[in-house]
Design a protein around this ligand. Structure first.
Ligand code: PLP
Length: 449
């Protein structure tokens, strides 16, 4: 063991290797969770930090049937390498789907299928940012906080720059982030703009006006705008997305089947102008060759038959809507009323994003406190770029996933309430309020509903 560690420390990495071999954001946290829970029985810990979709029975049933058919009908394809752009059956199903549902004049030259949206964005960052003939270019995230996975995408240090979103308080323990367009425009070194909408972690979706503004900003900077619809329209529709995806010469739209219950099969695709899509196809052919073919066959059949749309409308969208409402009720009931905590305004998404507006609150210390109670949340700082200012907004937030079981949500939010009450300084505590000592996982006891 020591030997291998010593050997690893002597490995000579390239600059890109140095960058890519770092564990970014939540990945490091996942290691901590795995180490903390190793050897423990299922149910001893509540993990409200995960990003996996909920196991919704109708969704599982749909994929089971679609993959069964793919095995029966398309197994011969899986025995052959396929085109890097994607299997012809899926590429044409995607083109027809977007022509029919969005009226886009989209051809196969505008489409690329890949093993997941994460890889598509990574490839885009490699192609459009970093050192180049026009000088060093950055991946600009126009609305941070945003998906923590974007931060590991650049092969050079400081290659990803986040634009801090101004915080706007709203009545009733709500807040939201605004788009600082002027700050986006100041990033003259941008090589691409990238955002998720609805976003992870906030569920915030761009409005039609904001989407138009971002498109104009991308045009002025002469860079592609990548919009990641992993939670949005047309699937999985986890929360409302007021701005429909735009087919535009400056926009590349990324879509994923992961949050629709298929994260392990790694299928995502991008639609955009041929000039941006073609280099991505080449990059796939130089790296992973193509996405898995049986899963592509299953997705093609799901799009053509309309079953994906049906399951999204009848099972996925209602499921997360109800979970969000439950989480709101539980937070209101469980979190201390004399602490200024706020929830990002309800625009959907797979997560609840909580801001504790108090100078004594620190997301990492809170993570540790909750760990003592056998509960994991995602500390907020991972979703912001750069080093957080101690006591600043980036250290005052945390994310709770809504895709866990209802009971886990009930018990987990109950524990979060207790931990927050215990964390606040004595003078802010209400007299007589219960302060359960840490070290006892409350979720093993009778849950408070
Ligand atoms: C915003 C966002 N984009 C992309 C991904 C990864 O998607 P995929 O599984 O398609 O690579 C995630 C996963 O959590 C995400 O939250």
């Amino acid at each position: 063991m020591t030997h291998s560690v010593e050997r690893a420390s002597r490995v000579r990495l390239s600059y890109a290797g140095d960058q890519l071999s770092r564990m970014s954001g939540l990945r490091a946290l996942m290691e901590d969770i795995a180490a903390s829970t190793a050897g423990d029985r299922d149910g001893e810990w509540l993990n409200l930090s995960i990003g996996s979709p909920a196991p919704i029975p109708a969704v599982a049933e749909m994929w089971r049937e679609l993959t069964r058919r793919a095995h029966a009908e398309s197994f011969a394809d899986a025995g052959q390498y396929g085109p890097s752009r994607g299997s012809p059956a899926l590429v044409s199903a995607i083109a027809d789907y977007f022509r029919e549902h969005f009226g886009w004049r989209v051809g196969t030259e505008n489409i690329v299928v890949a093993p997941g949206t994460q890889l598509l964005c990574f490839i885009a960052a490699t192609l459009y940012a970093g050192p180049g003939r026009a000088g060093p270019r950055t991946v600009v995230l126009p609305m941070t906080p945003d998906y923590t996975g974007y931060q590991g995408m650049c092969m050079v240090p400081d290659g990803v720059a986040g634009v801090a979103s101004p915080v706007i308080g709203e009545p009733g323990r709500r807040f939201r982030y605004a788009l600082d367009l002027a700050a986006v425009a100041r990033h003259r070194d941008a090589g691409m703009l990238l955002l998720s909408s609805p976003g992870n972690p906030t569920g915030r979706a761009v409005t039609p006006a904001e989407q138009d503004d971002l498109i104009r900003a991308a045009q002025r900077l002469d860079v592609p705008l990548f919009i990641d619809h992993a939670y949005g329209q047309p699937f999985p529709r986890i929360g409302p997305a007021p701005a429909p995806p735009a087919f535009h010469p400056s926009v590349v739209n990324c879509f994923s089947l992961s949050k629709l219950g298929l994260p392990g099969e790694r299928i995502g695709f991008a639609i955009g102008p041929e000039r941006f899509i073609t280099p991505i196809v080449s990059c796939l052919s130089n790296s992973v060759l193509h996405a898995p073919r049986l899963a592509q066959a299953a997705v093609a059949a799901g799009l053509r038959s309309g079953v994906i749309d049906h399951v999204v409308a009848t099972a996925v969208a209602p499921f997360y809507h109800q979970r969000r409402q439950l989480a709101e009720r539980l937070l209101a009931r469980s979190l201390p009323s004399d602490v200024d905590w706020r929830l990002h305004a309800n625009e959907g998404g797979m997560f609840a994003w909580v801001w504790v507006s108090a100078d004594w609150f620190d997301d990492l210390s809170f993570y540790e406190r909750l760990k003592e109670r056998h509960v994991f949340i995602a500390p907020g700082r991972s979703f912001f770029t750069g080093s957080p200012r101690p006591g600043g907004h980036a250290t005052q937030c945390f994310r709770i996933t809504l895709s866990v079981s209802e009971q886990a949500l009930v018990d987990g939010i109950h524990s979060i309430g207790l931990a927050l009450s215990a964390a606040r300084p004595a003078q802010t505590a209400s007299p007589g309020e219960s302060r359960q000592p840490p070290g006892r996982p409350e979720h093993r006891k009778e849950p408070s509903r």
